[in-house]
Design a protein around this ligand. Structure first.
Ligand code: PNW
Length: 443
């Protein structure tokens, strides 16, 4: 592996609902994922995140696992319903205390806390008032950001406002595969706008309370036209505008791409709030997308087609590290000097990892995945893209949303329901990688 620049940030990522458990502990309020998981048929194995990895009680053990790995940063999310059980108003002090303990433990181990404020677990009372379809939610989100920053602003080293607002909009409100399970298809545009407005308002609150840099984590997928006809290219351009530009164009001052959405919800001044300067762009990358022209009777302006010729993960996602280098080049070319420094805030893969007779968990496919994607990041840096960090999704096997416990993304195996942690062979590989990655030994 070639050398990475001095100061390159090595991290692991998780999110609150996927690992914490303790859903009814110490005053946490209900989230939309509690409700969704309790609805029959929504989750592949019928499970919920009520216990998950029980990280709420085992955070010290998990921090020790991170210290053993040698990461310099940990990206976690704060559970909005844990700190504000009804979404607004009354504060749950025990909820804030948990994040105090977590952050202090990270700092004591030399690990930078990187906090995401919204990783999809909206308080149920906010959903009952319309969720992200309601403009008020943007203001409630900014108040919540202000509260968290008032408590942790002196210790969190990087703020991430939203995680993957595109996936939350498209799967949560467009197709209904995620909470809150609505099926509005293209009528879900207000969810995009209100999340972005909430982001912009939260940036203001975070800057007022904390000197630390501010980011958003978007997911991107390089788009490959699967045909040479003008209709195939037009479909690819439409999908690119939807998946890769709908959020990033307005964030970087270019307004919304032309997608034919009814933009009545956009008010004067909103685009200026949304375009508040960002210190870092978080990039979550999993795979490229093949696109061709839709069938004549399709409600969508594109059709998605599986990419051939790549190995596949247990999620059936193609393993395509070349797509990461391509994506980073696309971001640089499209946004030029307006593009902030990038950190890869998620990159990882699911495999069916299980312990052998000796209790060891060997995951050579994940090692190959990480090796390929780190080489792609290195190549992008050599191409001139400013990439300053890489976070593996995920530290632990966890509760993978609609897939329940059936998809294992961790560097550390978790036995459900006992919660026993076993570092996989990829953990040892990454530890060695980090220790030897740069011109300066990291620790
Ligand atoms: C991300 N897609 O979700 C999330 O940020 C994580 O919480 C999640 O565990 C991880 O990726 C793995 O899935 C995604 O359909 C969900 O393209 C769906 C998609 C992409 C990312």
């Amino acid at each position: 592996m070639p050398e990475f620049p001095t100061g390159f940030r090595w991290g692991v990522s998780t999110s609150a609902y996927q690992i914490e458990g303790a859903a009814d502990t110490d005053g946490r309020g209900p989230s939309i994922w509690d409700t969704f998981a309790a609805t029959p048929g929504r989750i592949a194995d019928g499970s919920s995140g009520a216990v998950a990895c029980d990280h709420y009680h085992r955070y010290a053990e998990d921090t020790a696992l991170m210290a053993g790995l040698g990461v310099t940063a940990y990206r976690f999310s704060v559970s909005w319903p844990r700190v504000l059980p009804t979404g607004a108003g009354a504060v749950n002090a025990s909820g804030l205390d948990f994040y105090d303990r977590l952050v202090d433990g990270l700092l004591a181990n030399g690990i930078d806390p990187v906090a995401t404020l919204f990783h999809w677990d909206l308080p149920q009372p906010i959903e009952d008032a319309g969720g992200w379809l309601n403009r008020d939610t943007a203001y409630r989100f900014a108040e919540y950001a202000d509260l968290v920053a008032a408590h942790l602003g002196d210790r969190v080293k990087l703020w991430i406002t939203l995680n993957e607002p595109f996936i939350h909009m498209s799967l949560g409100y467009g197709t209904g595969e995620h909470a809150p399970g609505r099926t509005l298809l293209f009528d879900s545009f207000p969810v995009a706008h209100h999340q972005l407005l909430g982001h912009g308002l939260a940036v203001g609150a975070l800057r007022a309370r904390s000197g630390s840099p501010v980011a958003i984590a978007n997911n991107y997928s390089p788009v490959r036209p699967m045909g040479d006809s003008p209709a195939d290219h037009a479909a690819a351009a439409a999908y690119e505008a939807l998946h890769n530009r709908l959020f990033t164009d307005p964030l970087l001052g270019r307004g919304y791409p032309e997608l034919g959405f009814d933009q009545d919800v956009v008010r004067d001044g909103d685009l200026d709030v949304i375009a508040a300067p960002l210190d870092v762009l978080g990039v979550n990358y999993y795979n490229p997308t093949g696109v061709r022209a839709p069938e004549a009777d399709s409600p969508l302006p594109f059709a998605l087609v599986p990419l051939e010729g790549y190995p596949r993960t247990a999620f059936d996602w193609p393993v395509a590290p070349d797509g990461l280098r391509e994506l980073l080049g696309w971001l640089r070319d499209r946004y030029g000097p307006d593009l902030p420094p990038i950190q890869i805030t998620e990159s990882g893969c699911a495999y069916d990892d299980e312990p052998d007779a000796q209790g060891r968990v060997s995951d050579p496919d994940r090692i190959a995945y990480l090796d390929g994607h780190l080489r792609a990041v290195h190549a992008a840096i050599a191409d001139g893209v400013d990439v300053t960090g890489y976070f593996v999704w995920s530290l632990l096997d966890n509760w993978e949303w609609a897939e329940g416990f059936t998809k294992r993304f961790g560097l550390v195996h978790v036995d459900f329901p006992t919660g026993r942690r076993t570092p996989k062979s990829s953990y040892a590989w990454l530890r060695e990688m980090i220790a030897t990655a740069g011109p300066d030994p990291l620790r």
